[in-house]
Design a protein. Structure first.
Length: 434
């Protein structure tokens, strides 16, 4: 029996179909590669925005930073303290050396057994010309110990203008004049500024510093450029009683995380401007190990995921390292892979130079720049881990974040007992007046 062969028409149609399918597959494949390359280039757009925002901030803001200011309203400087930070005496003493006519210093510690008490007593003896008060306990039962102390200090402060700092901050003699000056403008409701390390000795401290300058500050400056400053940083918060009262004061946020960011946001929501100064205070490094740095960074990023969930997801488009590596590994063209790696390295070095060396005048930063890649890899891993975390550990207690509030995973009777003691705490340990 003869086998019937396909006709010429059939063969032509098969050839056309094969060529069409191949071409369509190639088009789809090419389109997928182009889309992937566009997505992988998104961090470069962010990096360009960082460079522009940084240049605009440091170049134009210098004209707004007076060398001296004659606007010197009476100030209350509030400092919540828990435990003893490295070089605590020098940190505290820097506030006693201010070139400012009328200000008081108020410290608040948990109780008389706090390790910082002897240091504060020495401070009072060494600077008898300064008005220094030390308060014991907050008398409140809020979860955020720092904020409960601030509630009491704000209530007992004698002046309307408030300057609030973390206990690990060290400042120059012109600090109060500089940070209070913007309040001369009635449209300004809050002032904050950046911070740098006093000195870095260990690998962990170097890594933390490069992370702040190359990663954290770029995000701040881009946010300022796009939407203005809607937050404050705990190293410097300058505001007034009335601005705090406008959102209910610290009482309204004593059970919430990220209190320093919230203060700026709540002031801005009242219609006031929050000013970010091109002025940096110094902090004393307190990261003892890589594990300590990793845990604190993970806690912070987990809080940010709950406070700004979609913004947290969008961080993937600001991280150039994983995208550049993905292109280099997956794309068939080695030239394109090298181009993405080169662009990533160039942008990251340029950003860090502009903010750290040109803007903040950090000497010796060039030597730390190779750590940018270590930081970027670490930050990416931490970002991924936050999506699997539903709670944070803070001062040895586990909390969940629900509707922006800290909720203990397990009730802590010890904390309740401690709060009862704080309620009966003594008021002022010492007062030194001019």
């Amino acid at each position: 029996m003869a086998v019937r062969r396909p006709g010429i028409t059939f063969l032509i149609l098969e050839e056309i179909n094969w060529r069409y399918s191949s071409a369509r597959g190639a088009i789809i494949s090419n389109a997928a590669w182009y889309l992937f390359l566009v997505l992988a280039a998104t961090p470069f757009i962010y990096y360009l925005l960082v460079l522009y925002s940084s240049w605009r901030f440091f170049w134009r803001s210098r004209d707004r930073l007076p060398e001296t200011s004659d606007f010197t309203p009476p100030v209350s400087n509030l400092k919540p303290v828990r435990g003893l930070d490295p070089e605590a005496y020098e940190n505290f003493a820097s506030y006693c050396r201010q070139d400012y006519p009328d200000y008081e210093l108020i410290f608040c510690v948990g109780d008389e057994n706090d390790p910082s008490v002897p240091v504060l007593e020495k401070l009072i003896r060494d600077f008898p010309e300064r008005r220094i008060r030390v308060l014991y306990g907050s008398g409140r039962s809020g979860i955020n110990d720092k904020v409960t102390k601030l509630v009491r200090m704000v209530n007992e402060a004698r002046n309307d203008v408030l300057v609030i700092n973390d206990s690990d901050v060290r400042v120059e003699p012109n600090y109060l004049r500089t940070v209070v000056a913007p309040l001369r403008d009635p449209k300004v409701g809050g002032v904050t500024c950046l911070y740098v390390s006093t000195h870095d000795k260990t690998f962990t401290q170097h890594l933390h510093s490069i992370g702040m300058i190359s990663d954290f500050y770029p995000g701040i400056l881009v946010a300022r450029q796009l939407d203005g400053i809607k937050f404050t940083l705990g190293q410097t918060i300058v505001t007034t009683r009335s601005r705090l009262a406008g959102f209910g004061g610290y009482e309204a946020i004593e059970n919430r995380p990220a209190d320093d960011l919230l203060v700026g946001r709540l002031i801005a929501e009242q219609g006031y401007e929050v000013e970010l100064l091109p002025y940096a205070v110094r902090t004393v490094p307190d990261y003892d190990s890589l594990r300590d740095l990793f845990i604190k960074r993970l806690r912070w990023m987990t809080v940010m995921r709950h406070m700004r969930p979609w913004g947290h997801v969008g961080l993937v488009f600001t991280q150039g390292l994983p995208w550049a590596l993905a292109v280099a590994i997956m794309h068939p063209s080695a030239g394109i892979g090298f181009a993405y790696i080169g662009a990533y390295v160039g942008f990251r070095f340029a950003m860090t130079w502009m903010i750290g060396i040109w803007g903040l005048k950090q000497k010796g930063l060039w030597k730390k720049m190779p750590l940018i890649f270590v930081w970027d890899a670490t930050a990416f891993v931490i970002w991924l881990l936050t999506f699997g975390r539903r709670s944070i550990r803070w001062r040895n207690v586990d909390y969940r974040i629900r509707e922006g509030m800290l909720v203990p995973v397990v009730a802590n009777p010890a904390q309740n007992s401690s709060n009862e003691k704080l309620a009966a705490a003594s008021p002022i340990v010492a007062v030194k007046s001019k």
